[in-house]
Design a binder for this molecule. Structure first.
Ligand SMILES: [Zn+2]
Length: 469
């Protein structure tokens, strides 16, 4: 008898849009070909999913490896392997690189580099660069997933990484929103007021910069909330598809709530804001320096409430690979230390742990990690388990444990993950499939170059642009 499918996953509880069902899943040509009653169908490869949950692979819409620059911090290979180990099947790489990804030409260079090295699917952000219609349209045509800007100034000495990406001037922010709106693509903003941060940093004179509190004091929640309020005000006129990156504070949640319905915006937060507080950061030292900063318990509580209320609809890693030497060089200086922490092996385990704790349902968790990303960024065939969808899947043992130590992590940045050392999450990623092929099964079994370039579907994007016109 000839096999009907390339492979079939048997015995798992499958999370479908209709809920968690006892089904077998037939895969052919990299897609989900059939949802089968138990034991039906036949395939060349049988994957045993008994006792496990089969979930849509996570789509991490906020990821930094900076490649091909800075290989000492991690490479596309090392960081996409780590993402696969964390159950992430698609990531969106941010445009900070050396030089900044701010033109169609740079997009093509990075696309070629990722296409050669990625173990999982990848989308690329671009900085809007010179903001001319020709340039932003060329980047859209190159298949980017969205634009990204910062409202902060470039960190000292890193101007070329942030050229056409940092827009501390509000006039420029408005121009960037309008430029993105014309393309129909979303624009993602790292929103903190450059002016309030400058004032906060000026106030640090005489303080001991080895003290973690200086970081929180220089970048208060107010800096984030002011920047977000201004962007949301501008977006009433600019009508961009605006996405606020890594929301950290109760104050900003309040701003998002007040602006609900005034324009098309969405917001994300990250596991470090949901599972860690400033006390944890203080213990971990500059390794846990992240911008915007991890704040206090009341902020964390507000973020969970915002998730429950649908104000925050995405959870992302903001995975940032730095080397131990990068962080160590600024061990006594919170102002200069490079911001960011690796998170791709934390994302899914931490959110499934939240499911075990009853903070969110499994359906909510996977919408936050996958389904909502596919919808917001117009990724056809991703984000849910259904016939015809891409076979980007993860098998999880919900009774297992994920322990985070430098030895268990796959990321090249495993020695700067101090914020999570010792963490134990109730669940374990056992197998990750990208386009129907197993890339992780406890160890990495995938292949560099297997990951596909992921672009917004033109039909859904055109429809949303037409609605905006
Ligand atoms: Zn980031």
């Amino acid at each position: 008898m000839t096999a009907s499918y390339d492979s079939v996953i048997r015995g798992a509880k499958v999370l479908t849009p209709e809920g968690l069902l006892d089904l077998d899943v037939g895969i052919a040509g990299g897609r989900i070909a059939a949802l089968l009653p138990r034991g039906e169908g036949n395939a060349t490869i049988t994957i045993d999913g008994s006792g496990q949950h089969l979930l849509p692979g996570a789509i991490d819409i906020h990821f930094h490896v900076r490649a091909p620059a800075f290989p000492e911090r991690g490479t596309v290979e090392s960081e996409t392997r780590a993402a696969a180990a964390g159950g992430v099947t698609t990531l969106f790489e941010m445009p900070i690189s050396k030089p900044c990804c701010n033109s169609a030409e740079r997009v093509e260079i990075r696309r070629a580099h990722f296409a050669e090295h990625a173990f999982i699917n990848f989308g690329l952000y671009a900085a809007p660069g010179d903001l001319t219609d020709t340039s932003v349209e060329a980047m859209r045509a190159a298949g980017i997933v969205a634009f990204k800007i910062f409202t902060t100034v470039a960190p000292e000495g890193r101007d070329d990484e942030f050229f056409g990406l940092s827009f501390p001037d509000e006039g420029d922010q408005l121009r960037a929103l309008k430029a993105a709106a014309k393309t129909g693509l979303p624009i993602v903003v790292h929103a903190e007021s450059a002016q309030i941060i400058a004032a906060g940093e000026a106030d640090l004179v005489g303080r001991d910069l080895a003290d973690a509190d200086t970081h929180l004091d220089a970048r208060p929640a107010m800096a984030e909330a002011v920047a977000v309020a201004k962007l949301l005000t501008m977006n009433i006129a600019a009508r961009a598809k605006l996405h606020i990156a890594h929301v950290t504070s109760a104050l900003t949640v309040d701003v998002l709530r007040r602006f609900a319905g005034t324009s098309d915006f969405s917001a994300e937060t990250c596991p470090h804001y949901l599972f860690r507080t400033h006390d944890d950061v203080r213990k971990a030292g500059v390794f846990a320096k992240i911008n915007p900063p991890v704040r206090n318990q009341s902020d964390q509580d507000a973020l969970w409430q915002a998730i429950a209320d649908g104000i925050i609809t995405h959870v992302t890693t903001d995975h940032a690979a730095f080397s131990f030497a990068d962080k160590q060089a600024s061990i006594a200086n919170w102002l200069n230390a490079p911001p960011g922490t690796p998170g791709s092996e934390i994302l899914l385990p931490s959110m499934l742990d939240a499911v075990a704790q009853g903070k969110v349902t499994l359906e909510q968790a996977m919408a936050l990690l996958s389904g909502n990303a596919a919808d917001r960024f117009s990724l056809a065939g991703k984000g849910r388990i259904a016939v015809g969808a891409d076979a980007d899947l993860v098998l999880v043992d919900m009774a297992g444990t994920t322990e985070i130590t430098p030895q268990t992590l796959f990321t090249h940045a495993r020695d700067v993950a101090q914020l999570y050392y010792g963490a134990r999450f109730a669940c374990r990623v056992t197998q990750t499939l990208v386009a129907g092929r197993t890339v992780f099964d406890g160890g990495i079994v995938g292949e560099a170059g297997w990951g596909r370039y992921t672009s917004p579907s033109t039909t859904t994007r055109a429809a949303s642009a037409a609605m905006r016109a």
